[in-house]
Design a protein around this ligand. Structure first.
Ligand SMILES: [Zn+2]
Length: 562
């Protein structure tokens, strides 16, 4: 297929109205959004002084690389928006999302000069002219005229954006810069492999500072620690919050001992994961870990499941079989939802714990077992004892070493690492790649109460991954069916803030068309609705509609005359 050649010079860029709609100013809570990404409006002089100090502190070469990488990161984020905003556009129109967002963000004025792009075919060559570069402006002010180009962060953005959009490494060079006395800045981008000095260009984007090294080592250490514990199914225990660390500390201390552990916490907090981790950290790690959910089995089966049965011990017991205690011999038995255990089973469990001997149903002899018991409950055992549903002596026996697992809402700082971990897990499981979780999605997750705890988070992340198109960011609407209403202040074409999201007007207009309603009928309907909802109080109805009371009276009069 021949590359899709775009007429040069300066093919016109499409309207940026779709992009302006993505910007929301939410002044009441101090945030600005670009689609799902949180943005910050900075003074150029403030950003400039940061840039200047960076150069003075770590030198031009290092500062340049730091800024290029920061720009690259922003570019990658914006690329995820391009397919979302212009799903049916051709390659050129998708490409221009980057330059147009860059302009909306106040970074630079971009004019495409010669663009050849065919994303499918992997063809790319792009020359852009830059005017009004913020970096030229601030660099000239601080350091005077230059001999080398200075638009580092801008260049990083272009490379990050185009690489992420095209799905291959596309690197730009600034071939002219206004800081060096040229009339404009000009950049040229090509696939990395087409640059003769590709290795050198790529090196600019490689992180190698000492800080990064240390972070890498820390990450290595962490993954080693995780891989040393064999429980590597989703949700090895992840978290840094105080509440979580406290529970983990108790778990670590118990691991090397034989103490009976009681895990408490709400539904979905991950009690079985804790139990598995305890087992994996213990000297019993090479022996079986057997779990049983006391609430999931009918009462008449639970005893034979736990303690085993001899042939013919009860109807349906066709052959002798060992119970879970015997199967867990040498290892760990996890009793989940212990509070649901029926009274007769409670008595037998107590005896096993006291004697270390199991008696199968219908058996005449006992068997010695060496089992460490870990129990879990989401009910208050003290209350169950008080209500007569649970044996006090058994509770004392099990409640030697209680570990309370905090609910997810009490470990807000763990949500992001947990969510990212789960996302990676599900991407591998479903063989699908997305660009990550948007800031807004993370924000909504941090503000959510999580009645279903970690399990609910897991379900939401999996659902979000499945809904989100490949390569895009998982946004708040993909996670929560009932997404919070978007902020209502947007940018008009002339750059002024305006109330009322145009997207809502679009939807309303479509609805009117669908229902065949006239503007007049809509107005009459709204007025009658307002009066009705205000219980006939015309002043209140007028306020709700943003009218004065006389204006409302006049309109009501007109409706009655119809
Ligand atoms: Zn420049």
């Amino acid at each position: 297929m021949p590359p899709e050649i775009t007429p040069a010079p300066s093919a016109p860029m499409p309207s940026d109205a779709d992009l302006r709609r993505l910007i929301h100013f939410s002044a009441s809570d101090g945030r600005i959004w670009l689609a799902g990404h949180r943005m910050v409006l900075l003074h150029l002089s403030g950003l400039g002084s940061l840039r200047k100090e960076l150069i003075r502190t770590i030198g031009v070469a290092q500062a340049r690389r730091v800024l290029m990488r920061a720009g690259y990161e922003s570019g990658v984020r914006d690329a995820a928006l391009s397919r979302q905003v212009r799903p049916n556009a051709n390659s050129f129109e998708q490409l221009t999302v980057g330059p147009q967002l860059h302009m909306l963000q106040g970074a630079v004025q971009v004019t495409p000069e010669d663009i050849q792009i065919d994303i499918e075919a992997g063809v790319y060559r792009g020359i852009f002219r830059w005017d009004q570069s913020w970096e030229v402006e601030t660099h000239l002010r601080d350091f005077g005229p230059q001999t080398e180009p200075v638009c580092w962060m801008l260049l990083g953005y272009a490379s990050g954006y185009t690489s992420a959009l095209c799905g291959q490494s596309i690197l730009y060079k600034e071939v002219q810069c206004a800081a060096c006395g040229h009339e404009h800045c000009r950049i040229e981008g090509r696939p990395a492999r087409e640059w003769p000095d590709a290795e050198q260009l790529k090196a600019d984007y490689e992180e190698e500072s000492l800080l990064v090294r240390i972070e890498d080592l820390q990450a290595d250490l962490e993954s080693l620690r995780v891989s040393l514990s064999p429980s590597d199914d989703l949700g090895e225990l992840i978290g840094r919050s105080k509440a979580f660390e406290k529970s983990i500390e108790l778990l670590r201390k118990a691991a090397s001992t034989q103490v009976t552990v009681l895990l408490t916490g709400e539904t979905g907090v991950g009690k079985e994961r804790f139990a598995r981790t305890l087992h994996a950290m213990s000297p019993r790690a090479s022996k079986p870990f057997i779990a049983i959910n006391c609430a999931a089995l009918p009462h008449e089966l639970i005893e034979s499941e736990l303690f085993g049965a001899e042939k013919g011990a009860f109807t349906g017991a066709g052959a002798a079989r060992p119970g879970r205690f015997e199967r867990a011999d040498g290892g760990t038995l996890f009793l989940d939802e212990l509070g649901e255990l029926p009274p007769s089973a409670q008595a037998k469990l107590l005896r096993v714990l006291q004697t270390g001997e199991v008696e199968r149903l219908g058996a005449t002899a006992v068997r010695k077992v060496d089992v460490r018991v870990v129990a879990a409950t989401n009910v208050d055992l003290e209350a169950a004892v008080a209500a007569g549903r649970f044996r006090r002596d058994l509770m004392y026996r099990l409640n030697v070493y209680p570990i309370a697992i905090p609910p997810l809402r009490d470990r807000v700082e763990d949500i992001e690492p947990l969510a990212n971990h789960m996302l990676r897990h599900f991407m591998a499981l479903h063989n699908k790649r997305v660009a990550g979780l948007s800031d807004r999605a993370l924000d909504a997750m941090r503000n959510y109460a999580w009645p279903g705890n970690v399990r609910e988070l897991e379900n939401l992340i999996e659902r979000g991954l499945i809904i989100t198109p490949p390569g895009q960011m998982v946004d708040v609407d993909d996670l929560f069916a009932m997404a919070p209403a978007p902020p209502q202040v947007t940018l008009s074409a002339s750059g002024e803030l305006q109330k009322g999201a145009p997207a809502d007007i679009d939807a309303l207009y479509d609805e009117l068309q669908r229902r065949g309603l006239s503007l007049e009928a809509l107005e009459d309907g709204l007025i009658q609705q307002a009066v009705e909802r205000a219980g006939g109080n015309l002043s209140a109805a007028a306020r709700a509609l943003g009218l004065t009371r006389p204006q409302l009276s006049y309109r009501l009069q007109r409706i009655r005359e119809h």
